[in-house]
Design a protein around this ligand. Structure first.
Ligand SMILES: [Zn+2]
Length: 467
């Protein structure tokens, strides 16, 4: 029942035709029209950009450099020299940490264009039983490459569509090959059955051996019911985090803890906010999908005004079949939602007269999108800011595109959040490896990938009886 062996070679073999099926989108040697420069590793010197470190001190440099060696940031400063380093010209860009995403059902990205609202989305979930292992692999690969394309360097793969270890192995393989940093979370129960300890151990150990220190295991507990607390204890014993679900966990007060991630929250109650605050629980907000399906705006103001720390909030894509990942739009929505909730006013000049002092600003949104997300996933020591010793997850955002203006005097945090767009993301580096350069994913044939996804969707609809 669990045929996937633990080695990378064995996993590749077991997935079988995956490599061949994905050959058109392979990371190695596709060389198509979409290909840019080859991945670079070793030593990089990002030179001459406007540096927004988003560190605790709020460091900014009008013109600065970031020195990377073996996947680690070794220095952030002015006029750094590094003989032998590959130089990346950052002129005309903002250099900042990559975005950290905290909750994404990557497996159902194959439904793009099919899930116009929540009703359609939940109807489509019956397709899970028609997925092949290759569908899981392709969906996660597709989502992870979309993430890199928009500057998301860490994601949280919510693998709630998997039925067994083989399906989950395809997720782990896709994340590993794409090169994104990730938490990959396994369902702790399935159709009322408790996930076997052996499966969790096998997944954890596979990632330790093959995840290049970029991917770690988390646990999902939707529908866990009476098994909830025993699965939390097992996760803690095995060192698996975060622990998350869609239902809230407030009826299990004895096991709540700081590795829990609460999702969505448009209907969060005051009592639940108290539990979130007092247990140091983290929150994965959904700024694009929750408004899209009509359930509301992310409860930024409610959480902040009742004492939940900004540092404990991250943004999340949720489902990329409904809205594509757009970090700048997510940040904008967080700011705008908070303002709407703070004023409670809907006449322009009532707001003008009130002249509110906003409790959630542009710098806050940028930090939720980076350091906040890292804290939500338990990765704040590693990523979320540009500082010596952090992992080298760095993005360059162009300031000389038509929707921007490059003046040194501009309020850069405001400009990024309210004016920025994912098409401004010029360069994306994860673990010191260049995954996007000059606006194009490195060694990814995007047209072939989207053709593969479209074909998989058609086949899935046929198998699922939807066409
Ligand atoms: Zn969700």
């Amino acid at each position: 029942m669990h045929p996937i062996p633990m080695t990378r070679r064995g996993l590749l073999g077991s997935i079988g035709a995956l490599a061949a099926a994905a050959s058109s989108a392979s990371l190695s040697g596709c060389g198509g029209a979409e290909a840019a420069t080859s991945p670079s590793s070793g030593e990089l010197l990002i030179k001459g950009g406007r540096v927004l470190a988003l560190d605790a001190a709020g460091s900014q440099l009008a013109t600065g450099d970031v020195h990377i060696k073996n996947g680690i940031i070794v220095a952030v400063g002015e006029n750094i020299t590094a003989a032998g380093a590959q130089e990346i010209d950052a002129t005309g860009t903002v250099v900042m940490p990559g975005f950290v995403e905290t909750h994404w059902h990557m497996w159902n990205g194959l439904w793009k264009g099919m899930a116009n609202d929540a009703t359609e989305y939940f109807r489509l979930r019956s397709l899970a039983s028609s997925y092949t292992v290759q569908d899981h692999y392709l969906a996660v690969r597709y989502a992870a490459l979309q993430a890199l394309n928009v500057g998301i360097t860490t994601c949280h793969d919510w693998a709630d569509g998997v039925r067994n270890y083989a399906d989950f192995a395809a997720h782990m393989m896709a994340l590993s090959e794409v090169g994104i940093r990730a938490k990959a979370s396994y369902p702790g129960t399935s159709s009322g059955n408790v996930t076997r300890r052996e499966d969790l151990v096998q997944a954890r150990d596979w990632l330790q051996s093959n995840g290049q220190n970029r991917i770690q295991l988390g646990l999902l507990l939707d529908g866990a019911g009476a098994q909830f607390e025993q699965q939390v204890r097992l996760a803690r014993e095995l060192g698996i985090a975060p622990i998350t679900n869609h239902e809230g966990f407030f009826n299990h007060p004895n096991v709540l803890g700081p590795e829990f991630v609460y999702t969505h929250g448009t209907d969060v109650s005051d009592a639940e906010i108290d539990a979130i605050r007092s247990n140091n629980i983290k929150v994965a907000l959904c700024p694009t999908t929750d408004p899209m399906i009509g359930v509301g705006l992310p409860p930024v103001y409610q959480l902040l005004s009742k004492g939940v720390k900004r540092e404990n909030m991250g943004f999340s894509v949720d489902v990329s079949c409904q809205t594509s990942p757009e970090p700048f739009e997510m940040m904008r929505t967080l700011v705008n939602a908070s303002r709407i909730q703070q004023t409670g006013l809907n006449a322009i000049f009532d707001v003008v007269r009130a002249a509110p002092k906003w409790i959630f600003g542009y710098g806050d949104a940028l930090r939720v999108a980076t350091a906040g997300g890292a804290n939500v996933l338990g990765l704040s020591e590693e990523v979320g800011a540009l500082a010596a010793g952090k992992k080298a997850d760095v993005i360059l955002v162009r300031l000389d595109d038509i929707n921007m203006q490059p003046s040194a005097g501009s309020n850069i945090e405001y400009q990024l959040v309210q004016c920025g767009s994912s098409h401004n993301v010029d360069t994306v580096i994860v673990d010191g490896i260049v995954r996007k350069r000059h606006g194009r994913l490195v060694d990814v044939d995007v047209k072939a990938l989207t053709r593969d996804v479209a074909a998989a969707q058609e086949a899935l609809k046929l198998r699922g009886g939807l066409s």
